[in-house]
Design a protein around this ligand. Structure first.
Ligand SMILES: Cc1cc2nc3c(=O)[nH]c(=O)nc-3n(C[C@H](O)[C@H](O)[C@H](O)COP(=O)(O)OP(=O)(O)OC[C@H]3O[C@@H](n4cnc5c(N)ncnc54)[C@H](O)[C@@H]3O)c2cc1C
Length: 456
């Protein structure tokens, strides 16, 4: 008889695991309450990146003048209702695609809210599913505060922004982590006046400091108001006006406010603790590097574990869980090999060890930073901002990390990711041909400059 796998949650953590388990011959059921694809596809990752695709186009067009393209008197403007319609349609289509794929692979999809009844049973309404292994991949939801309650019209979580039918006359984004920075940058490039309220001394406090300095400079140059070291106390609405009151008494007014205050895991009332699953602070499921929880046969993946809140990591944790349970070859999750990107303008992509870790002495590494302004392709394309930074081990020259800031940094980081994943040396990275002229030429050039740190 096949192993029975029941998966709670149909986001990337859940559906990617389902595909692996089905491939390995298991009898797989995915239970999902809000739609296959999860928040990643329906409300978070896919919609935001679709919105940002339009914002990118606007950013390019607004610098067209420098490249000799003249835009008529009326300039350009966006139709937000049309953009949002496209966003929502694309997300729904993507969800339907994944559902079809699961069906084709023989995965049973159950719509409903599931909970554990012990470690080997899942209950959905009146129906019970026995399982040899359960994977919990229930994701997370936007954090809100009693003093800042979304109304879905003018005070919005990131899940609600696609309901906006008209362009905000003045948008306030509260929170300068990845989500806040991405929305602030996107709406700014769509032509909306944006104020970003950040409790920290810089935007993107978790990212490379040089990268966030570039982003701040570019955003301010494009007209963003950045309120740093400004902690939000409350958000209120009076008619068409939204007021964000800060803890120091200042008040900022706008037409709309997006709350980007982080996420809380969807782990309450799932029967987890009763099944022997230990939760960490904040309610996240505690897992090891092969996605095992403290309860035998219960695995967890994705945002509900709080390990690294990325769709790519959720998917890998889910696959690892299934490879482990079904006895396939498995490599434990290695966060130092994860490449990630902040989809602001310019984009910020990173992989491996960070400058912060190097500065703190957690790893010994040599660094080379090369601005993109010297790159011939960048000059031709009118790209003035951004850089490539590489870290390598002194002596061996093995590449241990990198940062790329610039347009399409999310694509440019890949050679660095390969170098980090495969422990290539800077010399090996430099040896591969790059196209002339190309932005990736700067990655090879940075690698060449690291040569001086090789031991003879
Ligand atoms: C605005 C935004 C943009 C993002 N952009 C990116 C990006 O560009 N790239 C990237 O890698 N990551 C991005 N992320 C992060 C990414 O969306 C998450 O890491 C990813 O969604 C996690 O996947 P998951 O499978 O853990 O959970 P989810 O995608 O949240 O899916 C969980 C599913 O489980 C369902 N569920 C919950 N409880 C139950 C239950 N009891 N029974 C049945 N079903 C249940 C939920 O309804 C949901 O459908 C972004 C996040 C945000 C907020």
């Amino acid at each position: 008889m096949s192993d029975r796998v029941v998966i709670l949650g149909g986001g990337p953590g859940g559906y990617e695991a389902a595909l692996v388990a089905a491939q390995l011959g298991a009898d797989v059921t995915v239970v999902d309450s809000d739609g296959i694809g999860g928040s990643a596809v329906l409300t978070d990752c896919v919609p935001s990146k679709t919105l940002i695709a339009t914002a990118e186009l606007m950013a390019e067009v607004s610098s067209a003048n420098e490249l000799g393209v003249m835009i008529g008197e009326g300039g350009i403007r966006v139709d937000l209702a049309r953009i949002n319609q496209r966003v929502l349609q694309l997300a729904a289509d993507q969800s339907a695609d994944i559902t079809r794929r699961l069906g084709k692979e023989g995965v049973q999809v159950v719509a409903g809210r599931g909970r554990l009844d012990g470690p080997n049973r899942v209950v959905v309404g009146e129906t019970t599913y026995d399982a040899d292994a359960v994977l919990v991949a229930t994701g997370a939801a936007p954090r809100t505060l009693p003093s800042a309650q979304p109304d879905g019209e003018r005070i919005l979580t990131w899940e609600q922004v696609y309901g906006m039918q008209e362009v905000p006359s003045e948008l306030i984004v509260v929170g300068s982590g990845v989500t806040g920075a991405e929305f602030a940058s996107a709406y700014l490039n769509l032509g909306v006046p944006v104020t970003l309220v950040s409790s920290r001394d810089r935007v993107l406090p978790g990212e490379d400091a040089d990268a966030s300095a570039v982003l701040e400079e570019v955003s301010i140059r494009r007209g963003m108001k950045l309120l740093s070291k400004s902690r939000m106390e409350s958000v209120t609405r009076d008619g068409d006006t939204v007021t964000v009151t800060l803890t120091d008494g200042r008040a900022v007014q706008g037409s709309h406010c997006i709350l980007a205050l982080g996420s809380v895991p969807n782990t309450a009332d799932l029967g987890l603790e009763e099944a022997g699953v230990i939760l960490k602070d904040g309610g996240f499921v505690n897992v090891d590097r092969v996605s095992r929880t403290s309860a035998r046969g219960v695995y967890a993946a994705g945002d509900c574990t709080g390990v690294l809140m990325l769709a790519s990591v959720a998917a890998m944790q889910g696959r690892i869980a299934m490879w482990h349970f079904l006895g396939d070859a498995v490599h434990p999750l290695d966060l130092k090999k994860v490449s990630s990107n902040v989809f602001t303008a310019p984009e910020i992509a990173t992989v491996g060890w960070s400058q912060e870790a190097v500065n703190a002495g957690e790893i010994q590494a040599e660094t080379v930073t090369l601005t993109l302004s010297g790159n011939p392709r960048a000059k031709m394309q009118g790209v003035h901002d951004g850089f490539v930074k590489l870290f390598c081990r002194p002596g061996t020259g093995i590449v241990v990390g990198g940062v790329v800031v610039g347009p399409r940094a999310s694509e440019l980081i890949h050679p660095v990711s390969i170098a980090v994943a495969e422990s290539l040396t800077a010399d090996q990275l430099a040896q591969a041909f790059t196209v002339y002229p190309s932005m990736s030429g700067s990655i090879a050039e940075a690698a060449r400059r690291l040569h001086r740190f090789r031991a003879d």
